[in-house]
Design a protein around this ligand. Sequence first.
Ligand code: GLU
Length: 335
Amino acid sequence: MKPKTDERPGVVILATGGTIAGMGESGTRPGYTPGQIAVDDMIAAVPSLSQLARIEGEQVASVGSQDMTFAIMTTLASRINALLADDAVAGIVVTHGTDTMEETAFFLNLTVDSRKPVVMTGAMRPPTALSADGPLNLYNAVAVAADPAAVDRGVLVVMNDRIHGAHSLTKTNTTSVETFLSPITGLIGTVIYGQTQYFRGPFRRHTDASEFSPAGASTLPRVDILYACADMPADLVDGSVSRGARGIVIAGDGNGNMNAPTIERAALAASRGTVIVRSSRVPSGKVSRNIEIDDDRLGFIVSDELNPVKARILLMLALGKKRSREELQELFYTY
Ligand code: GLU
């Protein structure tokens, strides 16, 4: 970042695309293309950002977040680590589509090596829509990134006046601006027209205390997610194993359940070295060991509070090193 010229904190906005940078044909038609507006134009559209911080923008990617990749996430984490090592940078804002924002937030929570604020934001409505939510979300995200009280709270997501933690948040509504919730542990805080209030810190290990790094994420193993349902076909497990998955996360029903034939195939896969993690398709609640399924006997791991997409990310990073089943289980209670 350019050297300090005044007392305002330095905030770098890293743009990756998404609806916040989208373009539609009209204010009232729902169709639009994400990732069309360049970061400098997005910044110029909210002139009041300069009252909060000295701002610089960088375009890291221009994708709808359904096309987010681990290659982009790794580039993003490395760039954030380099920028936050600079004394002139107080915090980072990442603009991102909302579809997979929770995945990138959790990946960064594990791989960023700094206590300074890293704040993700996006929009549910493109800038061309009536009542677009992107400009105020961006303003609030910059306010949090520039706020010394946001230091050491892990990677945060600011949307619709709420400050969420990367570990807890999840997208719950396909169209509403109130889409993100933090169901198990609640909000980190609120930010209303730039005024912040914090309720808690993150309960789990994160960022500079994490053992994971972007370097370790350059070649990630395949981990599949299988969605459990009534009369689930058990051979989905065999399909994943035969395609080289080193781990399988079961988005189980209820407390991480799956039908008897799937348990049998998953136990066989576990006995042959595939890591089986039981998570849940239910949006809220922990998955606990040995409730209806004998995890100790079958060799399964539980995701505890992590939903299937975040459990997958933790397992992909964890498989970069040889670990026992007990050590893998412990990671799910730690991060
Ligand atoms: N699919 C888009 C994305 O995730 C739309 C969601 C959004 O940005 O709100 O980039």
